[in-house]
Write a protein that binds this ligand. Structure first.
Ligand code: FAD
Length: 363
């Protein structure tokens, strides 16, 4: 039976980034249920960094992550992962409100129409958040896995944890193929399955709730859209951004509660997205080029969960990545690694209070 200091359950961005942060110091294995890491939420995101997103506490992690994403250390990646885009928060009611400290400015009508030609007159207020950028998610995830392996970590795909129990020596972990592993620490980075994995390890679930979100790639009768800003309804009914010269990625901002699963888009959510899009701009809709859905999994207070379970020794939470798990990964994984290793936090996150994200807040 193989023994590891740490077994991380889940090979998405959460497991990969934390793994990269600890593998040099702890013999670590990532087990991933699917045949490929990143198959679930990590491979299905809208791929943007938006500082205002998720409220002030999430914004702290997003802001702390930006420099790393933009100019990663040379031994991590040769190029940055960000591509400037900018975001325009539009409103047909009150002025949009952003967390304190987020750089933004009001646009007048002429500026708004220059940025989003064809925007309908009902959108009377608009804030430009210039810092919004696209993230090369596949590149970032691959760089974390590469760093993890280079530091001595091992990845086992097609390896689903079925249950785990403890004895005096630590964890005994059972996988679907009947094999077992032992470990001192189990990390729960199972995304939508975080509560299921907790229960399988004898820990109380934290009500991490998976919610489905849909993205539609839409071909429209307008060109020059590749660099279109992210256009976001401040009331939360849609967002879209340029994809190619004449196509966009559009979401109806859906949050459908669901069981953990291989999420697929529902026709009604695609139709809702198109209807809302037609209420935003006057561009003719030509066809749906493709669509997909993924799960965003939230703790009850919609903050991330990093830390040891208060009741089950050796069980570490790295869950609740919600709709911001990519843009917070650099800082979030540094914070989680410091807690797991019992070390002083990296300078990137030393100003952030880890208690905000501790699972103890639910005790
Ligand atoms: C449509 C959409 C748009 C999004 N847009 C953005 C965005 O623009 N910016 C942003 O920052 N974030 C965005 N997100 C959120 C982001 O994608 C997630 O927060 C992030 O990917 C979560 O990563 P994860 O590693 O926690 O989960 P996942 O990527 O789902 O990884 C968890 C893994 O655990 C594995 N697993 C589960 N149970 C077991 C088990 N028992 N044994 C072994 N393995 C197991 C699963 O197979 C899975 O691969 C978006 C999400 C969606 C769905």
């Amino acid at each position: 039976m193989s023994h590891f200091d740490t077994v991380i359950v889940g090979g998405g961005i959460a497991g990969a980034s934390l793994g990269a942060g600890i593998a040099a110091q702890r013999r670590t294995l990532i087990i991933e249920a699917e045949s490929q890491c990143g198959y679930h939420s990590t491979g299905r995101s809208a791929a943007f960094w938006l500082e205002s997103y998720g409220g002030p506490q999430i914004a702290q992690l997003s802001s702390a992550s930006r420099d790393f994403l933009d100019r990663p250390p040379a031994d991590f990646a040769e190029h940055g992962f960000l591509h400037d885009r900018g975001a325009v928060h539009v409103s047909d009611g009150d002025w949009p409100e952003l967390p304190e400290g987020v750089r933004a400015r009001r646009l007048n009508r002429q500026e708004l129409e220059e940025l989003i030609p064809g925007i309908r007159p009902r959108w009377t207020k608009a804030l430009l958040e210039p810092g919004c950028a696209d993230i090369d998610v596949a590149g970032l995830h691959a760089a974390y896995l590469r760093t993890f392996r280079r530091s001595g970590g091992t990845v086992a795909t097609d390896s689903r944890l079925v249950r785990a129990s403890t004895n005096n020596d630590g964890w005994i972990i059972e996988l679907t193929d009947g094999s077992t592993l032992t470990a001192s620490i189990v990390v729960n980075a199972a995304g939508a399955w975080a509560d299921e994995v907790a229960e399988a390890c004898g820990a109380a679930p934290l009500s991490i709730a998976p919610k489905r979100r849909t993205i539609v790639q839409l071909r429209v009768g307008r060109s020059g859209l590749k660099e279109l800003p992210l256009v976001d309804d401040a009331a939360g009914s849609f967002y879209f951004k340029g994809e190619s010269d004449n196509s966009i990625w559009l979401s109806p901002h859906d949050e459908i509660p669901t069981d953990p699963c291989d999420a697929a888009p529902d026709e009604i959510d695609i139709a809702t997205a198109i209807d809302r899009f037609e209420g935003a701009v006057d561009w003719p809709v030509e066809r749906v080029e493709r669509s997909w859905a993924g799960l965003r999994s939230f703790a009850p207070d919609r903050l991330l969960v990093y830390g040891f379970d208060p009741a089950v020794p050796g069980f570490f939470w790295c869950a609740g990545q919600g709709g911001f798990g990519i843009q917070t990964a650099p800082a979030g994984s540094k914070l989680a690694a410091a807690i797991l290793l019992g070390e002083a936090p990296d300078p990137m996150v030393e100003h952030i209070d880890p208690a905000i994200f501790s699972p103890r807040r639910f005790a």
